[in-house]
Design a binder for this molecule. Sequence first.
Ligand code: ADP
Ligand code: MG
Length: 320
Amino acid sequence: MACGEFELIERFFKNRQKQRSDVVLPIGDDCALLAPRAEQLLAVSTDTLVSGVHFFPDIVPHALGYKSLAINLSDLAAMGATPRWVSLALTLPSVDEAWLEQFSAGFFEAADYYDIQLIGGDVTKGPLSITLTVQGEVTKGQQLTRRGANVGDWICVTGNLGDSALGLQSLAGKVDLPPGDRDSVIKKHYYPIPRLLAGQALKGVATAAIDLSDGLASDVAHIAAASGCKAIIDIDSLPLSNALLANTTPEQGVKLGLGGGEDYELCFTVPPAALGTLDTLLAHTGASFHCVGQIHNGSGVEFVQNNKTAVIDIKGFSHF
Ligand code: ADP
Ligand code: MG
């Protein structure tokens, strides 16, 4: 950006947060310098949000700032990692100060709440897009991955499924919802809660975990593939909110719950003996959980409804 790049960084992104003690050199030099702890693994994840692809161009900038960080934090949650540092590559069509004011307020609201420090980034001119790289730490050996599920494990999810997708439909004008339901599903779409505490509580208990970005049907397939087994999902057990149930047919509700995407809940597997401990383990995390299926021999994902195999035409979101 020819004009105003440094002023922009200075004004909207630098010195907006309390300095973490593990940030040796913050924003302002060629690199940030960070001091990871001994015996910790760095968990690193990048996501890009492109205007017109991942969000409507007229999205409330506060929501965009919050959500772009929250969905990256969700990846850290799925690994059982604790958030530490984030960098932000911002491509802007122009410098709109009111927009940047709100975007950065939303971003730092999430950053301060989840104790992650912005340590650098880049600003370029072009079609609006946001790329974040988050880094967290997880003690060696305690990380959650997609690959440890065993035959017999229960498959669980936090929260409810499908609300975010219903929120998106509402924003797109495809459904007309009563105001209370509309607000609650749009909030779920714009302000997802990264399940960081749940991810940390599941360390040592869950055998595999993933965060639900594309939809349960497609995301649980990643656990099955990485773990070399089959996931069977019980349609009747899907946790669907009252807002979703009240405004969709049963078939629509199931489709949104399985394939709507952007739930940013966790899906995890636990051995049968650990199922009874989840209530206590997750009690302090603010996350409800439901058991939605079980791991079997084989490969891929199957669905059952009323104890019978169900054929459901569902695909998670895929760009290509
Ligand atoms: P360089 O040209 O050496 O890559 P820049 O001029 O792009 O450095 O950035 C100057 C400093 O500002 C760097 O420390 C960089 O990490 C930081 N920075 C740039 N853009 C952002 C941003 N959007 N948010 C936070 N820090 C940023
Ligand atoms: Mg640069």
